[in-house]
Design a protein around this ligand. Structure first.
Ligand SMILES: NC(=O)c1ccc[n+]([C@@H]2O[C@H](COP(=O)([O-])OP(=O)(O)OC[C@H]3O[C@@H](n4cnc5c(N)ncnc54)[C@H](OP(=O)(O)O)[C@@H]3O)[C@@H](O)[C@H]2O)c1
Length: 274
């Protein structure tokens, strides 16, 4: 294990999208490191189950049910967290939704608005009320993004665009708040194994894709590996965290030899890859 036990002792960690996938695993891993947690998502039942797992390893947990696309819900999340724990050290904007369809096959462009609202505005809505408390604690705003925040990927036009927006927000915000002692870390992830992102991704008809029989790419990262890397990045106050680290070479290749990078990306995302 890369981090030592108790590295997050007495720290308050807020995680959006904590009811499944990466958010749920991060919650349990942060709990094991001694954090007190505020967990947020729409599905109360699943959120309670994750909270229970965190409590079993000794964490104090606040559950707030809400939607990141509703600004008032995000304000409530921050207000209830501070009311309960009197501090906020890390805000992990993790809630996200994806798509899996060609642009030409999108039937309702409202899908693009939804992707922006969850992946981009949801993070903005949480960051804003949290900022005064992050200044007080010298804390870190963590945006769970994707390598798609730097490199476009076919079948994901709206998702790539929303993660690019999130990247721009983080890069600009960092320059504004670093002199106040607030860190901003963008996490650029490869595919993850064991999440519901693909099942919940929008198809061209705007409906969730549902279960797929496809197995995960061999290159995908486990939720535990990703969570450990993110926690270490939080503690070390990284600015940009690539998981796995080798992803930074794709970003460099994309800047220097874009046609080559596009060939690599297209090769990995086949049209049939649903
Ligand atoms: N899976 C991958 O391969 C991969 C790769 C790169 C980056 N990522 C990023 O990792 C993050 C976590 O995704 P995941 O893979 O763990 O997917 P996941 O299992 O589908 O989890 C997504 C989480 O976001 C929550 N959420 C979605 N819409 C929300 C809303 N409007 N308000 C509040 N919460 C909302 C969901 O909870 P409720 O439905 O209960 O609200 C759920 O807890 C996302 O930002 C994703 O873009 C994932």
């Amino acid at each position: 294990m890369a981090t030592s036990v108790g590295k997050l002792s007495d720290k308050t960690v807020v995680i959006t999208g904590a009811s499944s996938g990466l958010g749920a695993t991060l919650a349990v891993e942060c709990a094991k490191e001694g954090a007190q947690l505020a967990l947020f998502a729409r599905n109360a039942k699943k959120l309670q189950a994750v909270a229970k797992q965190c409590e079993m390893v000794g964490a104090e947990v606040l559950v707030v049910v809400g939607d990141v696309t509703v600004e008032a819900d995000c304000k409530k999340l921050v207000a209830e967290t501070v009311a309960r724990f009197a501090r906020l050290d890390y805000l992990i904007a993790n809630a996200g939704v994806s798509m899996w369809t060609r642009f030409a096959e999108v039937e309702d462009l409202g899908l693009f608005r939804k992707l922006m609202e969850v992946n981009y505005l949801g993070a903005v809505y949480c960051a804003h009320p949290a900022l005064p408390y992050l200044k007080e604690s010298g804390g870190v705003f963590v945006a769970i993004s994707s390598i798609q925040g730097k490199v476009g990927v076919p079948l994901h036009t709206g998702y790539s665009a929303a993660k690019h927006a999130l990247q721009g927000f983080c890069d600009a915000l960092r320059m504004e708040v670093e002199e106040d002692g607030v860190g901003v870390m963008a996490v650029l992830l490869h595919w993850l194994r064991g999440t519901e992102l693909r099942k919940n991704a929008f198809g061209g008809d705007g409906q969730a894709l549902g279960e797929s029989s496809r197995t995960h790419s061999k290159e995908s990262v486990t939720l535990e590996e990703a969570s450990r890397a993110i926690m270490l990045g939080m503690i070390e106050r990284e600015r940009q965290l690539y998981v796995p680290k080798k992803l930074k070479y794709l970003v460099a290749a994309n800047a220097l030899w874009p046609k080559l990078a596009e060939r690599v990306v297209k090769g990995k995302v086949g049209r049939e890859d649903k």
